[in-house]
Design a protein around this ligand. Structure first.
Ligand SMILES: [Zn+2]
Ligand SMILES: [Zn+2]
Length: 421
């Protein structure tokens, strides 16, 4: 029996990896423009970290975490908690007031595998810690939008406010009262969780629940003055920056720690409506983790969904890598000459390749094609005898002579000059 990868865990083959490299590099470039610095945290954390940050009554903590029960450790299901844990542990706030951090890497959740959803998935996660200004919320959304635009992915931005500890309990009560009146129409999931986390009924996918919450009280009508002002400023700043958005009062997000601004980048290009990225503000979370009382906001983009979206858009495909020079050889002497030349060219920064297996010239030219080679240098016995290789431009098929009699260093420099002309 062949050993296969674990269900929900996927190999990332070279073409896929190439696309991901392109996405990651684009993200790193754009994050840097916004002053973001990279942080890398471990895959494993104490289980308690996620229970205390994400919330005990969430799907993630209740049933989706990979936990080593006897060790009390868990494979991270998301990145925010780990970044905050590191932030607090290293006292980063002592050195500067505001931190802009990002991380890119795998996360793990035991969900039912489906298209675009794996048990090991990858996120690009951004967190700004220490700033409560609404302009920062808008700036983060603008950054996400800029990245998705640059990648050629079409999304719409939806925003909402979830209020704060001062005003959310009031809304919760109003919502509970409404839900209690209509309890019999709720799906079993909602009936179960309405007492623990009634807000989750607002984004239930069940048809009946969806219809029912249309007439539920709106959180936006329950916001305290501070939260209302904050939300108004977020929207004004988005307008100033020219970022389009839609207010969606039913967006509550699956995590308990969100306060005030929440947002999602939505696409309907993957069948059902899906979020490519999502995030929000979590002003009480650092304190909840015994850290300093600092506000924070962040979001994560899902790599797998981005990859699916980009596969649908041919023009968004990153160009196939090219080989500057392939050296086709016949005979041992020619191979020896070529191996020295190839090595020196690589030292000079070129992508060079050759074949060691002594295959026919025709087979080697095929290989040059597969490697997307710009030029091929042919060195056979005749070429060695007269000390002149044949350099072929693979695009135009034009051929010229290349001197093999110069010292190797000079040959390499000469070749580099020819190829960069
Ligand atoms: Zn409030
Ligand atoms: Zn429901």
């Amino acid at each position: 029996m062949k050993i296969k990868a674990v269900n929900g865990f996927k190999d990332i083959l070279p073409d896929d990896a190439l696309r991901r490299q392109h996405i990651e590099q684009t993200a790193r470039d754009i994050f840097a423009r916004f002053g973001m610095q990279e942080i890398r945290t471990p895959i494993l954390e104490k289980t308690e970290l996620f229970a205390r940050s994400i919330g005990e009554a969430t799907d993630i903590v209740e049933k989706e975490m990979y936990t080593f029960v006897d060790k009390g450790i868990t494979m991270r299901p998301e990145a925010t908690a780990s970044i905050l844990r590191a932030f607090i542990e290293h006292g980063l706030h002592v050195r500067q007031p505001v931190h802009r951090l990002y991380t890119i890497g795998p996360m793990f959740r035991h969900e039912r595998p489906q298209k675009g959803r794996l048990r090991q998935f990858h996120q690009m996660d951004v967190e700004v810690i220490g700033a409560n200004e609404p302009q920062v919320d808008a700036e983060l959304m603008a950054m996400g939008q800029m990245l998705l635009d640059t990648l050629g992915v079409t999304v719409s931005l939806e925003i909402n406010s979830l209020g704060c500890p001062a005003c959310r309990p009031g809304f919760r009560d109003k919502l509970m009262a409404y839900l209690n009146q209509h309890k019999e129409s709720l799906c079993p999931d909602c009936r179960r969780r309405m007492n623990v986390n009634p807000l989750r009924t607002l984004d239930c996918k069940n048809r009946n629940c969806k219809d029912l919450v249309q007439d539920a009280p709106s959180i936006l009508d329950s916001l305290c003055n501070d939260c209302r002002d904050h939300f108004v400023s977020v929207k004004q700043t988005l307008d100033l920056l020219g970022v389009a958005y839609r207010v969606n009062r039913f967006m509550v997000r699956g995590l308990d720690y969100y306060t005030r601004t929440t947002f999602e980048f939505i696409t309907d290009a993957l069948g059902a409506q899906a979020a490519v990225g999502a995030g929000g503000r979590y002003d009480g979370l650092l304190r909840q983790l015994n850290g300093p009382d600092l506000p924070g906001i962040g979001f994560a983009l899902g790599m797998e969904r981005l990859v699916l979206l980009m596969e649908q858009q041919e023009d968004a495909t990153p160009p196939k890598p090219t080989t500057d020079l392939f050296v086709a050889v016949l005979g041992e002497k020619a191979a020896e000459h070529a191996s020295i030349l190839v090595h020196r060219l690589r030292k000079l920064g070129l992508t060079a390749a050759m074949d060691y297996s002594g295959r026919s010239l025709k087979a080697q030219m095929k290989q040059a094609g597969r490697l997307n080679s710009r030029f091929t240098l042919i060195i056979g016995e005749d070429e060695l005898a007269c000390n002149e290789g044949v350099l072929r431009d693979m695009n135009t098929q034009e051929q010229s002579k290349f001197s093999l009699s110069l010292p190797m260093d000079e040959q390499a420099q000469h070749m580099t000059a020819l190829l960069s002309a």
